[in-house]
Design a binder for this molecule. Structure first.
Ligand code: 13P
Ligand code: SF4
Length: 344
């Protein structure tokens, strides 16, 4: 049973104005119902690090895109995955765990970055570039549709993009779809020619270097953690460029007390709750797609087991190959069992 007062004590660390006792009472009722339905349905709830703080209260696992891909392959005993994140992430859960029912509580929870790369346009661009660079390798960021992943040689996440590109045998790489991450990788890998797709995340693109500089000026000892989806002029100011889970680990393990997480605001909420003794300043923006998942639609999706994510067979097989390649190139010992047993 969720205790509204305990819930409030915890959640006000993220937003003191919003989590009033009345709000927490209502949330505790819904959380109780969700927890009961989860066990009735034999469901697990996976949540991305940008989710609303109350979602983490019922999540079985929270993490970044890489961690969630691994976890989707490890929930063997569950029949249902309730995915609290955005559409491409739920697709990955389906690819990694094809025998399970994967539910995304709101199908409108998309990703504007993934939407910048239409599969047909990517196919045409690969054909065009392969005429010019016969050795072209194609790496797609995890923020792409499964149909785009199926066209690529390897997938990567913010946690391993540089590692994947380094391990690719090709000198010339088309990187789809984030131009900021392509620039970040190119800077770290001068020996490779990286051709960017012209996409960006509207949330990270809007974060200005002046904002980060002004917080740094006021708190010179603070550690600045930046997501590699940010622009180069913002990444330049970072103490570390990390995935969302990389930021959580860094903040927990560092001796420093003050941090600035330069990414979507949900991460600062999560950090404020998970590392209570430390202080987190904000230079963040809200991703309205991530916030489309609410306790209400999670509850409804557990009642109805809808909306379900399904994929055409060829897309499923192609995306699986590109996700498996990512693990083969970086951490073969971590290949989820469901992918390891697949034969092309
Ligand atoms: P992470 O894989 O670092 O969690 O990032 C996913 C994402 O969508 C960032 O905007
Ligand atoms: Fe997509 Fe940007 Fe939202 Fe991440 S923060 S899910 S990249 S729109």
């Amino acid at each position: 049973m969720f205790d509204p007062e305990e819930l409030q004590k915890k959640l006000i660390r993220a937003d003191p104005g919003f989590y009033t006792i009345d709000v927490c009472r209502d949330m505790a009722r819904k959380l109780d119902r969700i927890a009961a339905l989860k066990s009735e349905r034999n469901a697990v709830l996976l949540a991305h690090n940008y989710q609303r703080p109350e979602i983490f209260e019922v999540a079985d696992y929270s993490g970044d895109s890489l961690g969630l891909s691994l976890m989707a392959g490890e929930v063997e005993e569950a029949e249902v995955i309730i995915f609290c994140g955005v559409h491409f992430m739920a697709e990955i859960a389906k690819v990694v765990s094809p025998s399970k029912k994967v539910i995304l509580p709101n199908l409108k929870a998309g990703c504007s970055l993934a939407d910048t790369a239409d599969a047909e346009d990517v196919r045409r661009r690969i054909e065009e570039l392969r005429r010019q660079y016969p050795d072209l390798g194609v790496v797609c960021y995890v923020n792409t549709t499964a149909a785009v992943k199926a066209l690529c040689d390897s997938c990567c996440t913010s946690a391993n993009a540089v590692e994947v590109i380094t391990a690719m045998p090709n000198k010339t790489i088309l990187y789809v779809p984030d131009r900021n991450m392509a620039a970040y990788a190119a800077k770290n890998l001068p020996e490779k020619t990286i051709i960017p797709w012209d996409g960006y995340c509207y949330v990270h693109e809007e974060i200005e270097p002046e904002t980060v500089q002004s917080v740094r000026k006021a708190h010179p000892d603070m550690k600045i953690l930046v997501h590699p989806e940010c622009r180069d002029d913002v990444i330049k100011l970072a103490d570390a460029a990390l995935s969302t889970s990389g930021m959580v680990r860094y903040a927990r393990e560092s001796e420093a007390q003050d941090f600035l997480a330069v990414t979507e605001c949900g991460l600062s909420d999560l950090l404020s709750i998970q590392a209570p003794g430390k202080h987190f300043y904000r230079a963040c923006k809200i991703c309205h797609f991530m916030k489309m998942i609410t306790l209400d639609n999670v509850l409804k999706s557990l009642e109805t087991l809808q909306p379900e994510i399904t994929l055409p067979e060829d897309v499923q097989a192609g995306a699986e190959r590109s996700i498996r390649r990512m693990f083969e190139l970086t951490s073969p010992e971590k290949i989820p069992a469901s992918l390891a047993s697949t034969i092309d």
